[in-house]
Design a protein around this ligand. Structure first.
Ligand code: CUA
Length: 385
């Protein structure tokens, strides 16, 4: 309209649907507001003091009219309710297929981490036409991840993973905002989402692979030396942390250690000592590392110490990726390797670089593949509330 940018770009599979509902709500509001406002003015003029309008036979009531103005708005509002609920569930239900990207919010920047090892600040590169699943967490206060062009906004909380997803439909660069006041430089906590055609995206990934390798190699105190030409995936970095912190001593893949085996745990229902059972989603894994005694797995003593002081959010995400890789041999490795080119060799190399302790585990995890999908929706459920 006259080149006036009334609405932001529409660049995701959801943005058109959100706009349609929004447009209908505006039209409905106008449909009721305009006649009411018009009649107020009309009657105010017609029945003003001193006018000689006909004031005899004031109406006592009209059942037909009253029924109509109750029933029609009721049906309209229930229709809008159903429509909105449908859209809400579609927006909040993370699809099973797609690529994972991890988002760390902190005062005052966004950090994005790819399972394949790439990492960037304040700029998020994604391919067009692919579901992108975000797992978000804050290192300090509450932030909110907001991309108007995709019509998504999700609070980023300290201490708990939230999830969001989108599928970009149009290559381009779009604004990214923090939409929750988070301190003096809140307004500067901005960035951009760069949507690339699949080919350009591949080029970008290749160009950033070496950076990723060097960044991760220097961040992890590992015995595994990564060749500079190969990306160290988050799962591999997580496996190194798993070794470094000594987790493997108790969490043996054969389940004969002092703690439960973590093979296939992701996305499964875990029986607890108190008789309840919980879904082992990303939040469960995180909580089990930070507050291990809050949920004790049935059959094991409460002996695990907290790692809250020893581990950063960044390392937690890598451990989560590692544990996911133990439990979804059929699904997660191909998914997480896709961004590097969708080559099957990606999966092979990750197996080669894995430590001895978990390469055995990776071999025996195919059964967990399906249940891990349930894990995603479970994460979504808790994140959305
Ligand atoms: Cu982060 Cu506002």
């Amino acid at each position: 309209m006259l080149g006036l940018p009334i609405m932001p770009d529409s660049a995701s599979t959801m943005s058109g649907r959100v706009d349609t509902l929004f447009g209908v709500l505006v039209l409905l509001a106008l449909l009721f507001a305009v006649p009411v406002a018009g009649l107020i003015v009309y009657f105010a003029v017609k029945y003003r003091r001193g006018s000689n309008a006909d004031r005899s036979n004031p109406p006592e009531g009209n059942t037909m009219l009253e029924t109509t103005w109750i029933v029609i708005p009721f049906l309209l509002s229930m229709g809008v309710f159903g429509w909105g609920a449908r859209l809400y569930f579609d927006i909040y239900t993370v699809p099973k297929d797609g690529m994972d990207i991890y988002v760390l919010g902190r005062q005052w920047m966004w950090e994005f981490k790819y399972p394949t090892g790439q990492r960037e600040l304040n700029v998020l590169h994604v391919p067009v036409g692919r579901n992108v699943r975000l797992t978000l967490i804050s290192e300090d206060v509450i932030h909110s991840f907001y991309v108007p062009a995709f019509r998504i906004k999700r609070d980023v909380l300290p201490g708990r993973y939230t999830t969001a997803w989108f599928q970009a439909t149009k290559a381009g660069t779009y604004h990214l905002f923090c939409a929750e006041y988070c301190g003096t430089e809140h307004s500067g906590m901005i960035g951009s989402v760069v949507v690339l055609d699949p080919k350009d995206y591949q080029t970008w990934l290749d160009q950033n692979r070496m950076n990723a390798a060097s960044v991760i190699a220097e961040n992890t105190s590992s015995s595994v030396q990564a060749p500079i030409t190969t990306t160290v995936t988050m799962a591999q970095a997580g496996a190194q942390i798993f070794q470094h912190l000594g987790c493997y001593v108790c969490h043996r893949p054969d389940g004969k250690g002092a703690g439960p085996s973590l093979v296939g745990v992701y996305g499964s229902q875990v029986k607890l000592a108190n008789g309840q059972s919980v879904l082992a989603d990303t939040n469960y894994i995180r909580d089990s590392i930070i507050t291990p005694n809050a949920q004790i797995v049935a059959g094991y003593p409460p002996i695990m110490p907290t790692y809250a002081e020893q581990i950063s959010e960044d390392e937690l995400l890598k451990l989560v990726e590692h544990i996911k890789s133990l439990g979804s041999g059929t699904e997660a490795p191909p998914e997480s390797n896709n961004p590097t080119g969708g080559m099957p060799e990606g999966g092979g190399s990750s197996g080669n670089q894995g430590s001895g302790a978990d390469s055995g585990a990776q071999g025996s995890t195919n059964s967990g593949g399906n249940s891990s999908q349930g894990g995603n929706s479970g994460t979504q459920g808790s994140g959305g509330q």
